[in-house]
Design a protein around this ligand. Structure first.
Ligand SMILES: [Cu+2]
Length: 390
């Protein structure tokens, strides 16, 4: 009798999901994790999964929902990833990560196309994905297999806007913790699937959502003071840099990027050289662009993903400075890139410039005619600004 009452109580509180007594085991649940995200505080990107840990049971499903910010992501797991992430964690932020380095990355380090071995879905029972970026994994013979925790490589491939990568967990997966990461952004963008026993009670989706929001808000709150200071004209920039910002990154919070030009409107005189400090990866693109902002990766009929190379190449600007390795505090604080003059004719673009520490790229343009010049970043949607020249 007592047991029956308890059964009802449990059923009410868990909406009938939890197992009751020794009756049938729980029915399978789906839990959704957000990939990247947005905030009403600024136009930005989050190199994170929200929440970064999700708890499920064998037979459940984890759905990864992509929120397109212009930063391309994947959800990539498997035993090769597991051991590479463990190594990276032990090595620390600047330590060597040979195992991660051996796994394919969505985009090449320098110029080139999307790497198909990282950008196309790949489900390998054992062995490594092809090392040649032009070669995709063999297509699965059947539908995407359930994830059983023993596959060597299990990769969503590139996730376009609003896409969902659905990971059905095998009923036979062993309880434990399974890690995944974004094969472009590396170990710093990673998350965990915690698999409990098959009769365990797991957090409801509303709790999962709440935790994700809390984690995202924490990132927003860390970056807001610096962003607000920049908006008020008090940007903290290295010596020789400009207070006109193309993007803002807090050095202590690299999982969040502000993708805005600050200030949004720059006033300049004819003949004045206008200079920006680039933080994060951006282009400054004037005139008719070869691609819409954020729409630089497209799928070919054969399933391959391709980069609009023109959108990423400089036009009317010198080539971006060669990267000489990771950002270093001892090097020069800025790298000036003189874009010459512009009178509003034609397409003029810096190409992709990246600043995550010194030397910050410092592109400049001298406007030779009065007018209002709009410009955008071709990587990040809704990242635009105006230079008013009088
Ligand atoms: Cu941008």
């Amino acid at each position: 009798m007592r047991r029956a009452v308890l059964c009802v109580v449990v059923a009410v509180f868990s909406l009938g999901v939890a197992a009751c007594g020794s009756s049938k085991s729980s029915s399978a649940a789906t839990r959704t994790v957000q990939v990247d995200g947005s905030t009403d505080k600024f136009n930005g990107a989050f190199l994170a999964y929200f929440p970064n840990t999700v708890t499920v049971r064998p037979g459940d499903t984890v759905s990864f929902h992509e929120n397109w910010s212009g930063e391309p992501h994947t959800v990539t797991m498997g035993t090769l990833v597991e051991s590479a992430l463990k190594e990276a964690q032990q090595a620390g932020p600047n330590g060597p990560t040979p195992q991660i380095d051996k796994l394919p990355s969505l985009l090449p380090q320098g110029p080139g196309d999307v790497n198909q071995n990282a950008a196309q879905p790949c489900f390998l029972t054992n062995g490594a994905p092809p090392s040649d970026g032009a070669t995709a994994c063999p297509k699965p013979q059947q539908a995407q297999p359930a994830f059983d925790g023993t596959q060597s490589y299990y990769n969503s491939g590139f996730l376009p806007d609003n896409d969902t990568f659905t990971v059905k967990l095998s009923p036979n997966i062993r309880p434990g913790t399974y890690s995944y990461y974004c094969n472009l952004h590396g170990p710093e963008m990673s998350g965990k699937i915690v698999v409990q026993g098959k009769d365990a009670k797991i957090p409801a989706q509303s709790d999962v959502d709440k935790e994700g929001t809390t984690q995202k808000d924490a990132l927003v709150n860390k970056i807001l003071p610096g962003y607000n200071a920049a908006k008020a004209g008090n940007a903290q920039v290295p010596p020789g840099a400009s207070k006109n910002l193309a993007g803002f990154v807090d050095p202590n919070t690299t999982s969040a990027l502000v993708n805005e030009f600050v200030p949004a409107t720059i006033d300049a005189k004819v003949g004045e050289k206008v200079t920006w400090t680039v933080s994060g990866p951006h282009t400054l693109s004037f005139g008719n662009a070869p691609a819409e902002p954020g729409k630089y990766i497209t799928k070919a009929p054969d399933g391959a993903w391709h980069l609009n190379a023109q959108a990423f190449m400089p036009s009317g600007f010198p080539p971006p400075p060669e990267s000489t390795g990771p950002p270093s505090a001892s090097g020069p604080p800025v790298a000036p890139i003189n874009g010459g003059t512009y009178d509003g004719t034609g397409f003029k673009s810096t190409g992709v410039l990246t600043g995550f520490g010194p030397p910050f790229p410092l592109p400049s343009v001298t406007f030779t005619k009065p007018g209002t010049y709009s410009y955008v970043c071709l990587i990040h949607p809704k990242m635009g600004g105006v230079v008013k020249v009088t």
